[in-house]
Design a protein around this ligand. Structure first.
Ligand code: GTP
Length: 214
């Protein structure tokens, strides 16, 4: 896996003005989204990533490290490149390590609807992400996975929606094993939010530094 936060992130400067690292435009950068998938071990992070990338559900993974994937797809007529980081969970940090958080543009916070513990930790993960990013309103979607396991459900859909409202983020329940459409929707929703967030940030920089193209 390549290293999150490496110079290939496009944050390196050319030369000259100290403003350059912040202002330099990459031609296609609005069409790139870097997504980190966070959550406790066993919630289905790998299953969701693989479902999104291949449309297939693969039941078991033996994951010792973070896995990084890249794919290009078309979303609303535009080409978008997704980079996904399927984090290796350790249940102290839920994958939200400093290098991961710095690398990502947005976060899929995953819990399993069959485990209250996996749900209860996520408000704290979100806080940690915002503290590390040093901004509020980082693009996030809260995802309740394993919705097919209704008979062993511990977290209701209403509770998920309430937490998302508290965190001011989007929310979906999905099943990586049963419903590919909702899994695609979850990634696409986050992707749209990231693109919109980047547009707003760029508009702000354009206003402040007057770099708008004529
Ligand atoms: N029934 C059901 N099982 C699922 C679903 N998603 C994942 N699983 C199962 O849950 C288990 C854990 O899935 P993983 O994708 O490995 O979970 P993870 O979050 O990546 O786990 P770590 O690699 O330990 O961090 C596997 O046995 C999957 O088959 C789902 O939507 N429904």
């Amino acid at each position: 896996m390549s290293n999150p936060g490496s110079p290939s992130d496009g944050q390196s400067t050319g030369s000259g003005s100290t403003l350059k690292p912040y202002l330099r435009r990459k031609k296609s950068s609005l069409g790139e989204t870097k997504i980190a998938v966070l959550g406790m071990s066993g919630v289905g992070k790998s299953a969701l990533c693989v479902r999104f990338l291949t449309k297939r559900f693969i039941g078991e993974y033996d994951q010792a490290n973070d896995n990084k994937y890249k794919c290009t797809t078309t979303l609303e007529g535009e080409s978008v490149t997704f980079e996904l980081l399927d984090t290796r969970s350790n249940d102290d940090d839920m994958g939200a390590r400093d290098d991961v958080v710095r690398w990502a543009d947005g976060f899929l916070l995953v819990y399993s609807v069959t485990s209250r513990q996996t749900f209860d930790v996520l408000a704290d993960v979100r806080r940690r992400v915002e503290d590390m990013k040093k901004v509020s309103h980082v693009p996030v979607i809260l995802v309740g996975n394993k919705a097919d396991l209704a008979h062993v459900r511990q977290v209701t859909q209403d509770e998920g929606a309430r937490l998302a409202a508290e965190l001011s983020c989007s929310f979906m329940e999905v099943s990586a094993s049963e419903d590919v459409t909702k899994v695609m929707d979850a990634f696409h929703t986050l992707c749209r939010e990231i693109i919109e967030y980047k547009r707003r940030s760029r508009t702000f920089l354009d206003r402040v530094f007057g770099l708008k193209k004529s």
